[in-house]
Ligand binder design. Sequence first.
Ligand SMILES: [Zn+2]
Length: 453
Amino acid sequence: MCHRIGNDFNTWIWKDPWIPNKPGFIPQARSGAIDNVHLVADLIDQDTRQWDRGKLSNLFKPATMNRILNIHLCHQLLGDQVFWCLTSSGEFSVKSAYKTIRSSNTQTHPLLQAQDWKQLWKIEANAKLKNLLWKISWNILPTCTALNNRFPLPSLDCYLCNNAPKSLEHLFLQCDWVTQIWLMAPWPINLSNLSNLSILDWVKIILYPKTNLGLDDDSAKEFQLYSLLVCDQIWFFRNKARVEGSKSNPIELARQIRHVFEEHKQAWSKLPRRSPKIIIWQPPPNSWVKLNFDAAIREEKISVAVVGRDDLGKLLMAWAEQLDLGNSLLGEAKAAWWAIKCAAMKGYRNIILEGDALNVINLLKNANYVPHWSIKSIYDDILYLSKSFVNVSFSFVNRENNVPAHLLAQWAAFISWSGPIPISILPLSVMKALDRDGFRAKPCCISPVCVEE
Ligand SMILES: [Zn+2]
């Protein structure tokens, strides 16, 4: 449970849980700090509704201070609330509590990490093939060596070559059958030269063929598919030989694998690929302002940028701001909040807020969506601010059509710019992107001469 900071002045600094993402949620004072402040409200400058950085840096270590600075302070009057931070909505659910208790007991792999598993499940191959690779990675295939650890088996010799004990390494890397199959592969590999290769080394080669074998995108995908099929067929034949006692020969098996590989490859190539949609930036209607926003996430901060244009595509304002560190969701939400704040300061009446963060835009467009608890107060603030306009609408664009805001956020991060940006100092890259989006003629005008205006 964690407190969301509003204006109630009833959250205690040292007793209540109130800092999300901090273990225990309760901060500790840095050693030697004088803690004569007791309420979280004492850490906030109530006039500006900003965290009092001086007090924070006196009281807390930098990591805790950064977590506090990440807490968005609402400008409207809202009470402190309690929320459950194990669900994205902040509402308690038994499922989330159960999952957390379970996850603290789950085993972690000694060598493969979260990103490796992600890579594994991303491979373009049947789930069955990926499952096999997963089992190989965890060493949970019922090989004779594994079974022999539980109950003694009469023989441990490989069912295929009869030459060596059937460990995973032997079966998938060292067996004569496998070495011959790989010599006949579309990417011939001489496995007998790689006798020190462990099965996990091999799994890593399959996961990252681009870096490990220097393959290009397409070949890397094909290599992954082929490797998985080799594993699958070897395992299938090994089981067949075990049960039926019959076997063909490695060359025959290599041909068969090649055949299956071509079939799978064809099946995958028939899947529709996403073709990039060509949409160009659309100006807002007459008397409206469109504000494109974006965030650049850096290790130590978030830089947000807003670009406002009218119905002719003319630049009305550019603004950038440096905010305290956070993740991309927080960054994009803050960028949206900053955009609407800029529009309010400028006194625009009809606005379109446009960004390339689908999760944030969807949230703002749909009243039914529940915001993630970490951006709940930013979301509330945006809705609160939106009441001060005649019309507000939210629009999603893909990245390619949000280039000026994107480049501006990058540039502002680089030079740590905060505040309005005069057109005269806008970087060339942003000017070019604005040009590319185009100044447009009034819709009623069809004469090519007017386009030049
Ligand atoms: Zn063998």
